[in-house]
Design a protein around this ligand. Structure first.
Ligand code: GLY
Length: 318
């Protein structure tokens, strides 16, 4: 049987997970195991405030996690949304795929499954993330006041970023963050995984694109895979990940498929700070990143490389 060169790509925050996953891929491990291990690494990292343990809380100060995983060999998929009290959302997503007849379990149901499978509950809030959560109330002069509807408070705290804001330039007021991975193993199988705590200060129960198969994650061995990071509401509305893979199926090159997915996003009324990034891979291991805003990168690593490398994401021309 042909042995393929392993390849893995991710969002910029995936470096540690990528190294762990590549070790497994080099040993002949599956793409599915590789993307799960990679996500778990980032989920366990308390310094990543967009994923898993230490993720940014919602407007009430609770960390709610979303994740999904997809197997390009079988098109099997599993996902969880708005999970509280369990950090490894990607593991839970895989359990939904493998232990239930369902694709997506939300909130109480996902938490019940976690308990049933013997996962230990753990408070996902770190002191650092909670301090950041509080700080934003001060920065925006907002209080949790029972007289003001929660939706108004959440809207103010998550409002689009002012790109001229000094804090934004210092990288301190970004409410968005997610990690995604796409891997090809030595058998040539593709798998994809996405994990996130969603938008910081979001309304409780808000679900982004990451656990929605077709929006933030899609993988098909025959045509390719795509995963999104950024403002989930955009990818949900135009089914970004599945669209890109469908464009590949219809015969477009990887570059053209990515640009077409960006054109789909361009018609939306995205405001300042509401960006979308896509990573994509074809069955031959070719990969690319796309973005709606300048200056975004993604990581890639093949079995022949010692370390992950950054590559520029492509913008729509003009
Ligand atoms: N892309 C992650 C989210 O919007 O929740």
């Amino acid at each position: 049987m042909t042995q393929h060169m392993p390849v893995i790509i991710s969002s910029e925050n995936g470096r540690g997970g990528m190294l762990a996953a590549m070790h497994l891929l080099r040993e002949g491990g599956s793409a599915l195991d590789a993307v799960e291990i990679a996500c778990r690494y980032v989920e366990d990292d308390p310094t990543d405030h967009s994923v898993g343990y230490g993720g940014l809380p919602n407007v009430l100060g609770d960390v709610e996690l979303d994740a999904s995983i997809m197997d390009g060999r079988t098109l099997s998929a599993g996902a969880v949304a708005a999970v509280m009290g369990y950090g490894r959302a990607i593991r839970l997503a895989r359990q939904v795929m493998e232990q239930t007849p369902h694709v997506l379990l939300a909130a109480r149901g996902a938490e019940r499954l976690a308990a049933e499978l013997g996962e230990s509950p753990q408070d996902q809030r770190t002191d650092e993330a909670l301090a950041r959560w509080r700080e934003r109330f001060t920065e925006r002069s907002v209080d949790l006041d029972e007289q003001v509807p929660l939706r108004a408070i959440a809207a103010q705290l998550t409002q689009p970023l002012n790109l001229q804001d000094k804090l934004y330039k210092a990288g301190r007021v970004d409410t968005l963050g997610t990690v995604n991975f796409i891997a090809r193993d030595q058998q040539g199988n593709l798998a994809s995984a996405v994990s996130t705590s969603g938008i910081g200060w979001k309304y409780p129960g808000r679900v982004g694109d990451s656990p929605l198969i077709g929006a933030g994650n899609y993988c098909d061995n025959r045509y390719g895979a795509a995963g999104c990071t950024g403002m989930g509401e955009l990818a949900i509305r135009v089914s970004t990940a599945r669209s890109l893979v469908l464009y590949l199926k219809m015969g477009m090159s990887l570059l053209d498929a990515g640009l077409e997915a960006l054109r789909d996003l361009q018609v939306l009324d995205a405001r300042t700070g509401q960006y979308m990034n896509i990573v994509a891979m074809t069955p031959d291991g070719a990969h690319a990143g796309f973005t709606t805003v300048a200056g975004k990168q993604y990581l890639y690593m093949t079995g022949a490389m010692n370390a992950p490398q950054l590559a520029e994401r492509t913008l729509l021309p003009g």
